[in-house]
Design a protein around this ligand. Sequence first.
Ligand SMILES: [Zn+2]
Length: 156
Amino acid sequence: MRLAGDRTVGRLVKWLRILGIPCELITVKSKEEIPEDVFLLTRATSLASARSLVLPCEKPAAQLRFVLEKLPHLWEEMRPFSLCLPCNERLEEISKEEVFGLVPDHVYETQRRFRRCPRCGRIYWPGSHHSLMKRRLEEILGRPLTADPDGSEGRS
Ligand SMILES: [Zn+2]
């Protein structure tokens, strides 16, 4: 089952991706249009079905809490900072040598671990995801966001 959200919950979709929970952004006009392998997050009550979760709240923070309460298995799937935010793709480790010339000099000199999106080629390093967003999410979840065990987001 793929997790997806529609445009009524765009910010929530982004936050889930920051948390490393893959979530697609799709458009459906009726519940019959929800793809069979998709579980949809939406604000639209007209899309209520066995394969959707209608969010009663407007604020993304409340939506995120609601989703985690209703779909608690997502806590297990959480791997913060492991996805490319625009692409929803799992980042791949690449060697430091490979990013030479592709990231700012000060980043190359101070960072040891780099990851790349296999789709768009964007390069990520610890701290390259928005730290403001990280703090906000930590507030909402009530726990520190640590990267996937082999990652090193926010660590040296
Ligand atoms: Zn990408």
